[in-house]
Design a protein around this ligand. Sequence first.
Ligand code: NAD
Ligand code: UD1
Length: 336
Amino acid sequence: MAILVTGGAGYIGSHTCVELLNNDYDIVVLDKLSNSKIDSVNRVKEITGKDFIFEQVDLLEKKKLEKIFTEQKIDAVVHFAGLKAVGESVEKPLVYYRNNVIGAIVLCEVMKNFGVKKLVASSSATVYGTAEQMPISEDTPLGVTNPYGRTKLMVEEILRDLYVSDNAWSIALLRYFNPAGAHESGLIGEDPNGIPTNLIPYITQVAIGKLKEVSIFGNDYPTKDGTGIRDYIHITDLAKGHLKALDKVIGSSGIEAYNLGTGKGYSVQEVIAAFEKASGKKIPYKMVNRRPGDIAVSYADPAKAKRELGWEAEKDFDEMCRDAWKWQRNKMNGFY
Ligand code: NAD
Ligand code: UD1
């Protein structure tokens, strides 16, 4: 039984490949390497001591995708491939709709033609838009505020229509909160292009001396210290959530959305303090204006994933900071 992992060279995909291989799944990885490097594929092999087929293919190249399904016995798909930068999606909406929405459609067309109807797909907490009720459960009304978020919501809706048309499909929509950290080996982690836009990779680059200081986007939110609160989830916990979702889709049919988060929120200042502890470095910061589009607080109600998938986050926040730091130091020391 082989699982096709689209976007498997990327941040979440590579960590999920490690968990799949460690649990004796055969995998075939597809990635066009637009936001990742072949090194991460090689390191997944190094961490697990297992080999697998890697295809450098764009999801939109239908013929090449069909060739993979013809040559390999694919039983289910874990779909990560996508573009994910909110700001860039505002600048280049058509690129985002083509890649993320058409990419998902092409994938489902090929799956349908080959009779493969089991799918675990990356969604995002971004589909909750500016939710005000905390914690956020899966039945919170959806609403998006940017093209990236809209691609995620559109794909969710397309997949729901697909299920309505054919009840043999079995689909899990995983709504991630804020993935962070790295594999405990320090061999794979998040490798953003250019200056990071997300908080934790930005902090790690300040700690290593690559960037000068963290800009805290707003200290006038109605939170305990005025800074924004998020639900940061260790990347290995997130990866394990995909295995549980895969168990579910393999054993049943239907379509369900699940929050993958810890249920706990940390403020920007708490994140900085925890990272100072993990790294032993002082993290300089300054207060600046709010970032447009940001909300004050976001954290998950992860009860549905616990109840229906038997999954919950296990690693704590300090471990996440330690692993993020280990990965950053390895990279900086010329290890990669
Ligand atoms: P990533 O950029 O590290 O990985 C995505 C991978 O997909 C990259 O390796 C890229 O080369 C590949 N890719 C993109 N378009 C492709 C295409 N058309 N064909 C083949 N390969 C393609 O991102 P990630 O953080 O691992 O995110 C994985 C998924 O999870 C994405 O769908 C993203 O929207 C979603 N997500 C991520 C986060 C996050 O914070 N990282 C949060 C919520 C949801
Ligand atoms: C961002 C994306 C969201 C995506 C998520 C995945 C935006 C608007 N949203 O969410 O779509 O699903 O990443 O990880 O980009 N912060 C600072 N200084 C910084 C960076 C961030 O103070 O340099 C603050 C933010 O205001 C926020 C918190 O840190 O309160 C987390 O920010 P970030 O890591 O960018 O994630 P989100 O904004 O939650």
